[in-house]
Each structure stands twice: as C-alpha cells, then as structure tokens.
Design a protein around this ligand. Structure first.
Ligand code: ATP
Ligand code: MG
Ligand code: FE
Length: 347
C-alpha cells in the first residue's frame, strides 16, 4: 500500500510517501518559523492560511520526487489532532478531498502517536513492549507501549512541556525560536557546575514532571547576573548548560524509574527534544547500566514531519481502520483513548 502522509497540526507543513513494502519513499517539509518570528510565537490564523498555500504544491513536489502519480496512492493519513484546529482542518480537508477524488480510504492520525512511532522508520526499530518518553513542544509524557494503540500513561508534566521550557529559557537568554537547538548549541561552550539548577520532582516517588520551576530559576539566574553586570556570553553559556543539564538529569531519572517499574529494557524517545544530543547520551548511559537500549529517530523526524504521520497511518489503514465521511479535527485528544490496531475504530 502506498500511503500519503500529511502533517499540518502547527507551524510545519509536512508530507511523505510511505510504502508498506518498500518503506519511506520521499518526504518534504515547509517550516513557517520565519513567518511567525516577527510575532514571537505561532499565530494560528496565519498558520492555517500558509498551510492552504503550501500543502498541495508540496504534495506535487513529493510525488515528482518519488516519481509517482496521484493515482498511485492507495490511502491517505493526516494529522487529526492534537493541534491548532484551523491548521488541522486544512490537512483534513485536503486529505478528504483527495481521498474522495481518488476513491481511496482516508484516516485521521494522532500527532503524538506519529511522534511515538517515528523511530520505527529507522534501521533496527524497537520491538514491543517498550517505555516511550515523548518530549516535544507541547508534551512530556512517559508511556508504556504494548503495541500500536495499546498505551498506558505512566506520567506526564503537571505544567510546562520540556520543549516549551527550552523555548522559554532560550528567550530569557536572548535566543530565537525554536529555542531547543539554540540553547543546546550555546551550552556547548558552557562551564560545567558554575550554576546548579534543581531537578524538579525527582526527590519524591512517581513519574510526573514539572518544568515551570526551572523557567523561574533561569529567569532569576539571568536577573542576578545582570545585576552584577555580568551577563557576558560566557555567563549565558554557563546558564544554558546548567539549564540543559537539569532537564536532561530530570528526564533521565524518571526514565530509569519507568524502566525499573515496568521491567522493560527498551526505551524509545520521540518528539523535538529527543533530538537533543546531551539527552541521548545521558539516557544511553543510564540504559546501558540496566542492560537496556535506547531508540530514537533521525533529528529531522524528531520534530514535526509528514513521514511519521504516513507511517502511523499506514499501520492503521493496513489494518482496515479509516475515517467515515467526516473530517476529524480534535484540538485536545488524550493518546490513551486511541483504539488498538486490531479494534474497529469509532472516531
Ligand atoms: P507537540 O508535538 O507536543 O504538539 P510540537 O509539535 O510543537 O509540539 P515538536 O515539533 O515535536 O513539538 O518539537 C519542537 C520542540 O522541540 C521545540 O520546543 C524545540 O525547542 C524542541 N527541540 C528541537 N530540537 C531540540 C534540541 N536539539 N534540544 C532541545 N530541544 C529541542
Ligand atoms: Mg513545530
Ligand atoms: Fe509535534
């Protein structure tokens, strides 16, 4: 089956062609980051309008690149949520219109399931069961994964997501959006242990996270340095390193706990923050001590992309799941309410 995947949940227009036999054929992405930069954040209406402009040309470019025609497509998967409702509607409308015109099945896919399954696109994909750490701009969750759609929520952030914390810390350090990669680059030049940030919620049992305190800690540290007239590039790098180390340590401690609690040896990390090098290294060190292993996607498939949606959709479409006539767009959508791949779908 040749599946077209469409991602439009936020500020990235992503498309991909995934073949259930031959794997990923091609993918293409257009990021709206520059457009939203002037506003200091994603403007939902501008995002929707730009998806309208970019989506079909990007699909044509994708088909050209893979040397395929629209008529070759056997099914379409689009992101149905969670995300910005107007942006989701663009992907859903195009998917349903194309599906109707071509007479092929269409399925709305959960964006976080897409992230979660992205490491399956790599060589040596993880086998079930595993523990997944989802760390993105809007989510920080630990999930026990027994199969596609068999998700047990082990813990999550009670406030900010890890990626959001990176983005906010970046702003305080005078860095642009998206902050994660920029904080990581700045931290490379940091002096270890000049500042020590807290590891929130690690001194009590449980698998929940909290990152809003780290944000306040960062702000206070920046202000204190400013007061002393020492917000030099070196000090900013030292703060970036202290912040990044605190996030990485906190995530690592909770992942170790989740592996021990579930008895799993495999840890999958997904979402934008899983591109972070220090996080990968920290988790790999921890897992090695438990004789376990860590799986992740190539950096471009950690952040939003069409390939993960094509892959997740392909698994479910192949199992016979599909939308009815209605476009599905769900701004808030808990992942543990998804049906397993073997159950008939009700949405
Ligand atoms: P969600 O998937 O929860 O709806 P999203 O789609 O906005 O949110 P992603 O695209 O998965 O999130 O990831 C974007 C986030 O990842 C941003 O917050 C960004 O700062 C962060 N990020 C990207 N690369 C890195 C990195 N190398 N280190 C840390 N954070 C990073
Ligand atoms: Mg994004
Ligand atoms: Fe995402």
């Amino acid at each position: 089956m040749l599946i077209l995947g469409i991602e439009t949940s936020c500020d990235e227009t992503g498309v991909a062609l995934y073949d259930t036999q031959d794997g990923l054929l091609a993918h293409a992405l257009f990021s709206q980051i520059d457009m939203h930069a002037d506003y200091g954040g994603v403007v939902p209406e501008l995002a929707s309008r730009d998806h309208v402009r970019k989506l079909l040309p990007l699909c044509d470019q994708l088909l050209d690149r893979a040397n395929r025609l629209r008529q070759d497509i056997d099914g379409i998967a689009y992101t149905a949520g969670p995300g910005l409702v107007g942006a989701l509607m663009v992907g859903g409308s195009v998917a349903h219109a194309l599906g109707l015109a071509l007479g092929i099945p269409v399925l709305g896919v959960h964006h976080m399931e897409g992230h979660l399954l992205a490491p399956m696109l790599e060589e040596n994909p993880p086998a079930f069961p595993f523990v997944a750490l989802l760390v993105s701009g809007g989510h920080t969750q630990l999930v026990k994964v027994d199969g596609i759609g068999v998700y047990e929520m082990l813990g999550e952030s009670v406030d900010d997501a890890a990626g959001e914390a990176f983005d906010k810390a970046a702003k305080m350090l005078g860095l642009d959006y998206p902050g994660g990669p920029r904080v990581a680059a700045l931290a490379e030049k940091g002096t270890p242990d000049r500042f020590r940030f807290p590891r929130p919620m690690t001194d009590r049992p449980g698998l929940d996270f909290s990152f809003s305190g780290l944000k306040t800690f960062t702000l206070n540290t920046v202000h204190a340095a400013e007061k002393e007239g020492d917000l030099s590039d070196q000090t900013r790098a030292d703060i970036a390193l202290a912040f990044e180390s605190a996030v990485v340590d906190t995530l690592t401690i909770k992942c170790r706990r989740a592996l021990q609690q579930t008895g799993c040896s495999r840890l999958v990390i997904a979402g934008g923050v899983s591109a972070n090098r220090r996080l990968r290294t920290g988790l790999e060190g921890m897992a090695a001590k438990l004789k376990g292993s860590v799986f992740y996607a190539r950096p471009e498939f950690c952040t939003d992309n069409g390939a993960m949606i094509a892959y997740a959709g392909a698994q479910r479409l192949q199992a016979g799941q599909r939308d009815g006539e209605r476009i599905v767009a769900v701004p808030r959508w808990p992942m543990n309410t998804l049906p397993s791949i073997d159950e008939p779908r009700t949405t």
